[in-house]
Design a protein around this ligand. Structure first.
Ligand SMILES: [Zn+2]
Length: 330
């Protein structure tokens, strides 16, 4: 099928009608991805000579009043064209409630939430199953707040319990790949039980992405997975979809990049059309209003996030994945 696609693409590039169309136009079957299924939909409209199906209008991708090979070419050209840059943002180990203060919301998370609303940016919170086991008692006020944030456009991504075999967590909790499926299921069930709606995306706990024997389970359960790297981005599909890379703001405190270098790195990645997954841990960030070049603090974080968003609007990881997954499917 790929060779057919390539030959159609070769024709379409020499064809003056080979204008590129948008993701929305090319997602003929409305399944939030542009792939072979959209081509199949167009082909079936053509073969059935359909006139009344709801897909007929949508299959006319190029809006020229007929559904034909030109529409298929437009979809193929879209699939084969390097996508525009994308930025998403994952805050790891979401832990908004301070048990040393009776479970009160930590001010740093309130500030993060308010910053996002003010600047119209949304991030994904990587978090566990809300309780372990999934149906254990959870404080209703905490749940209500998390669900309210979800309704405001924040997302939660699956981030199973670190100590459940994913990697060598500590002496009592060594790596054991036979345990991770149960841990992953606990997280799925927790999200479902409490009404959280997440794409099938894993945020690898700790450095568990380095353990090869974890991959069979992860490949089976998740569409893709984000690893805990510091200074990497995702160019095209050359890296494993279950080992997507993160660009962590903690590069500052690690001495990998100064703030100025971080912004430069971001700019170059956007210019290449990369997918940049920004990483933070607000649970351990330093609260400070004083920007500098090397601190992992809130002043620097907000400055970098605003700069990133000015280069390319930050969008939910699930939306970016839906738009780019065809790159991994070819
Ligand atoms: Zn974590």
């Amino acid at each position: 099928m790929l060779s057919l696609a390539m030959s159609c693409y070769a024709q379409s590039t020499s064809d003056t009608s080979s204008k590129l169309y948008s993701f929305i136009a090319c997602d003929v079957n409305n399944d939030k991805s542009v792939d072979i299924a959209d081509i199949n939909t167009i082909v079936s409209v053509i073969l059935k000579n359909a006139t009344d199906s709801t897909f007929v209008q949508q299959s006319d991708v190029n809006d020229d009043g007929s559904v034909d090979i030109a529409d298929i070419n437009s979809v193929i050209a879209f699939i084969l064209t390097p996508p525009r840059a994308a930025i998403s943002w994952v805050d790891d180990d979401f832990n908004a409630f301070d048990w040393s203060k009776d479970g009160a919301l930590r001010p740093v998370y309130q500030e993060l939430h308010d910053f996002c609303l003010e600047h119209n940016v949304r991030l994904d919170f990587a978090r566990g199953s809300f309780s372990t086991p999934y149906n254990a008692h959870v404080i209703q006020a905490h749940l209500d707040l998390c669900l309210q944030w979800q309704s405001e456009g924040f997302h939660y991504l699956y981030h199973p319990n670190h100590s459940m075999g994913w990697y060598d967590y500590d002496v009592e909790h060594p790596h054991d790949a036979s345990k991770i499926e149960e841990s992953a299921m606990d997280c799925f069930l927790g999200f479902e039980y409490y009404g959280f709606d997440a794409p099938k995306i894993l945020v690898w706990p700790g450095d568990s992405h380095k353990f090869e024997d974890n991959y069979p389970v992860v490949r089976r359960l998740y569409d893709c997975a984000i690893s805990a790297t510091y200074k990497e981005t995702n160019h095209r599909a050359e890296n494993d979809r279950h080992c997507l890379k993160r660009l962590s703001l903690e590069c500052l405190k690690m001495g990998y990049l100064t703030k100025t270098e971080f912004k430069q790195y971001l700019k170059e990645a956007v210019d290449r059309g990369d997918w940049i997954i920004l990483g933070t841990h607000f649970v351990s960030i330093t609260e400070s209003d004083v920007p500098d070049e090397t601190s992992y603090n809130t002043a620097n974080a907000y400055e970098i996030i605003q700069y990133a968003d000015s280069l390319c609007h930050i969008r939910p990881t699930g939306d970016v994945w839906a738009e780019r997954k065809h790159m991994w499917g070819l």
